[in-house]
Write a protein that binds this ligand. Structure first.
Ligand code: PHE
Length: 507
């Protein structure tokens, strides 16, 4: 920190201001031009002069004056004239070497002068007062012409060293040459000069030592003592900076990746399945009665192509028995008669539970903990919370000791790893589980329902060929995504709005 020595002003000058002020104090009464300041300060970039000058001006230490002026320099033609002489001067030279009667148009045409020069040349000679009579040049006042040519030549030569401000030039010559093409170039420039004010010139240069400013603290620096007593460059954290916009994963994709890694970490393996399934695997295997309202065309997308998906006769028989009278499961079944045709109707899966059930059927005697994250389809009217396509996070624990407490603790572990440690279950009903539980998580003081779970009923497990209990759950991915991303409309997840997607949190 430096205090002004001029008594009433107490200011804080940076290194650039100190350097510029010191430079100007070497000649306190001078009006400094940019070039002079650059050489006195040793700066290469005029930005420093402009910046430090502005600050010093604000502090009342210097005055900046700006004036605009018109600079004149030689154009291509002018450059040539300064080297080889003006056209009129060369013509005049040619003419003075000839006897009076030989000064004719004809001899001019056969001279060394270029075609492109003779035409304009004659015009210029006329302008100088030389007449042409019957093809001969008539010179009346030789000395006047000669004087005028010298004056023009001098003017051109005076510009050969570089641009000159127009007010320092002969205005008659200026207007003459500006009507001739290619001789002169005009440029308007602003000229700035810096001059110390009274309080600026009263500064003591020895108080303007530059301090070492540290812009970046490095580990190396901290190992030495060089930072002790040093001044740190202030950072303006509010300064506007460009927003980096690189590519990134879609937030849904990131969330799926995170869920995947949480389940893998918990010892689960991932399974997948097809979108197109038979009603049998999607519903009958789960003991959903064939008359269940959720199976109607209003809720499920049935397909025309393929219209049917073949199902093993073995399963059709088993489901028929279970549905009609309970088979060996101890259940009475739903009664009525089971429709095997209906069981083979093709549909878009309405939940991913079809994947876990099929996994058990394929591996009835192998204990397993599997999960899947997949798309499901239901005939929903699109609104803030519904879409006809969405995702479920499905899973099962299929092993001899599977139990309700194991199910609940698994879901609690999963959600706390996702960042939601408060999980509760409430009794619920699904045709395929007993007991059944709704899973809620606590978010901003409210319990939000995220999915269903339970232990598969014997009506489900027996036809699959397993003797072990199965903990099962199926949860909404979009609900979770909305929580994690802070959205209140499910559609925002899938709109290709780059602006919004860029701003969504990284998961
Ligand atoms: N399949 C149920 C649904 O779509 C969720 C569920 C899965 C419920 C497994 C119980 C057991 O909502």
């Amino acid at each position: 920190m430096t205090s002004g020595k001029n008594g009433d002003v107490d200011m804080d000058l940076g290194n650039n201001e100190r350097r510029m002020l010191r430079a100007m104090l070497s000649d306190p009464s001078r009006e400094w031009t940019l070039g002079q300041l650059l050489s006195e300060t040793g700066w290469e970039d005029q930005v420093h002069v402009a910046g430090a000058g502005k600050k010093l001006e604000e502090e009342g230490l210097l005055e900046l004056s700006e004036s605009s002026s018109r600079m004149v320099s030689l154009g291509d033609e002018g450059q040539r004239a300064s080297e080889n002489g003006l056209l009129e001067s060369r013509l005049w030279g040619w003419m003075s070497e000839l006897d009076g009667e030989k000064r004719t148009m004809k001899s001019l045409m056969s001279s060394d002068f270029d075609r492109a020069e003779t035409g304009p040349g004659i015009g210029i000679l006329k302008g100088l007062g030389i007449d042409i009579e019957s093809g001969s040049f008539i010179i009346s006042d030789e000395s006047k012409i000669s004087q005028e040519i010298d004056r023009r030549s001098e003017f051109i030569l005076s510009l050969s060293e570089g641009a000159v401000e127009s007010s320092n030039l002969d205005s008659e010559m200026l207007s003459h040459f500006s009507s001739r093409s290619g001789l002169l170039i005009f440029e308007d420039v602003t000229i700035r000069t810096w001059k110390l004010t009274k309080s600026g010139s009263s500064f003591d240069p020895s108080s303007l030592e530059e301090t070492k400013l540290i812009g970046e603290v490095t580990p190396e620096m901290l190992q030495t003592e060089s930072w002790i007593g040093a001044e740190f460059k202030p950072f303006d954290v509010e300064a506007p900076a460009p927003m980096p916009t690189g590519g990134r994963r879609h937030p849904m994709q990131s969330l799926i990746e995170r869920i995947r890694s949480v389940f893998l970490e918990m010892g689960f393996s991932e399974i997948e399945g097809d979108y197109v399934q038979s009603a049998g695997w999607n519903m009958d295997s789960l003991f959903i009665p064939q008359s269940h309202p959720a199976r109607t065309m209003q809720d499920t997308f049935y397909l025309n192509q393929p219209r049917n998906v073949e199902v093993d006769e073995e399963y059709l028989d088993l489901w028929a028995r279970v549905h009609e009278h309970g088979h060996d499961t101890g259940s009475k079944g739903w009664g009525g008669s089971f429709d095997k045709e209906e069981s083979q109707r093709a549909l878009l899966r309405t939940h991913t539970t079809v994947n876990t059930v099929r996994h058990i059927a394929d591996n009835p005697h192998t204990p397993s903990r599997v999960f899947g994250i997949g798309r499901v389809f239901r005939q929903e009217t699109i609104d803030r919370t519904h879409m006809p396509e969405f995702h479920q996070i499905e899973g099962i624990i299929h092993e001899p000791d599977a139990s309700l407490p194991m199910l609940i603790s698994t879901l609690k572990t999963f959600y706390s790893k996702m960042g939601y440690p408060d999980v509760r279950v409430r009794p619920a009903y699904f045709p395929y589980t007993e007991p059944s539980a709704e899973v809620d998580i606590l978010w901003k003081g409210e319990w939000l329902e995220l999915g269903g779970s339970g232990i598969f009923r014997p009506e489900v497990t027996e036809p699959l060929g397993t003797e072990w209990p199965v903990c099962a759950w199926g949860m909404g991915l979009e609900r979770l995504a909305m929580l994690v991303l802070g959205l209140d409309d499910i559609r925002q997840l899938y709109q290709p709005d780059l602006e919004r997607l860029r701003k969504m949190p990284l998961l």
